[in-house]
Write a protein that binds this ligand. Structure first.
Ligand code: SAM
Length: 343
């Protein structure tokens, strides 16, 4: 295929489309938080700004301004006889539980870190994951709910795991966050036992509530500790660690892997799902690394280091694991390592 010819004009258009994208993300985030999309849905997908504002008890002029802005970025349309309407497919794509709406909430809450970047780049100051606010944790939880089925599906594909969990096997999720994955395992495998390892008080409370609500408290519990303090010894069949490895302080990564290795029964499996930084210049052009590179960018001031694929393989090897599978397809946009306990 011929290389697309880039011109100054086309590059200018590209820059402008990114700036428009920044606005669109915030328009979607704020519209979702204020309930405009849900209210438009309740009006059958068409309403005046005045009607939306009245129903939501919001300022009519500002609501009109939001509606026009949503129109101009293509989220809404306008019809003379109906007022503001959803643009095609947007009612579905921006529904309350839609990944697209939730992603814009997460991006907006992440972007609150950016004003502090220039100073943090000068001073090396950090603001860790745990130092973020409740809004950030809440939207992380909603996104995690979408990922949990993918993680259980990935675990099912590991040879032997499905049969083991059907027979009452034991799962440990390290950095279990809001508890979506541990509850999902318990629901899909009605006799398996599951433990979450989680140090953040917000998530400990959130996941304990979720466990009660879903009625799986007889088989699922959360230990309020970091991975450095796991005390199991040859008791666990499957460990999952999802979006956690790069959150660990660099000095704690090997220690957490050693604790995981000790926890597993012989032949037990660690399913490590995370990001991988590029190993080479060629990786920069490989779309499989895009989200990893961006994740390192939006977490650079948190003190997190996204390791390269070869560094992760080395650490797994050094702590007594054999990687039997690794690729970027098992869980979309993430790198998945299937690591077996070998000694
Ligand atoms: C991005 S969240 C991912 C949560 C969850 N695994 C998921 O998929 O939604 C990272 C999690 O790692 C946890 N974490 C941070 N440091 C940890 C440590 N030392 N040991 C275990 N978990 C840790 C955080 O509290 C948080 O819940």
């Amino acid at each position: 295929m011929a290389e697309k010819q880039l011109t100054k004009e086309s590059q200018t258009r590209t820059l402008r489309s990114w700036m428009l994208g920044l606005h669109a993300t915030h328009i979607i985030d704020i519209g979702g938080r204020l309930g405009y999309f849900a209210e438009l849905g309740r009006h059958g997908g068409a309403a005046s700004a005045q009607a939306l504002a009245a129903a939501l008890q919001l300022d009519p002029w500002r609501t009109e301004v939001w509606c026009r802005a949503a129109c101009t970025v293509g989220v809404l349309g306008y019809e003379d006889d109906k007022g503001f309407v959803f643009a095609p497919f947007m009612a579905e794509l921006l529904g309350e539980e839609s990944p697209e709406l939730l992603t814009s909430h997460v991006l907006a809450s992440l972007s609150r870190d950016f004003p502090a970047y220039p100073e943090a780049f000068r001073t090396g100051a950090t603001k860790t994951f745990h130092e973020h606010d409740a809004d950030f944790f809440f939207h992380q939880s909603r996104i995690a709910a979408l990922r949990a089925p993918e993680i259980v599906a990935a675990a099912r594909k590991v040879p032997g795991i499905e049969a083991c969990l059907q027979a009452g096997g034991r799962v440990m999720d390290v950095g279990s966050g809001s508890g979506m994955t541990i509850v999902r395992f318990a629901e899909e495998f009605p006799t398996c036992r599951v433990v979450g390892i989680e140090p953040l008080p917000y998530f400990i409370e959130y996941s304990r509530r979720l466990i009660q609500e879903r009625g799986v408290q007889n088989r699922v519990h959360v230990e309020p500790i970091g991975g450095e303090r796991i005390a199991f010894d040859k008791e666990i069949d499957l460990i999952t660690m999802v979006q956690v490895f790069h959150e660990l302080p660099d000095g704690a990564k090997l220690e957490v892997l050693r604790h995981c290795q000790r926890s597993l029964k012989p032949g037990g499996v660690l399913l490590l799902v995370d990001r991988c930084s590029p190993d080479s210049g060629a990786d920069l052009r490989d779309r499989r690394f895009t989200m990893s590179i961006l994740e390192q960018w939006f977490e650079v001031t948190w003190g997190n280091i996204v390791n390269t694929r070869s560094e992760i393989l080395q650490m797994l090897g050094d702590t007594g694991f054999t990687v039997t599978q690794e690729n970027a397809d098992i869980v979309p946009t993430y790198w998945t390592f299937v690591a077996e306990k070998t000694r």
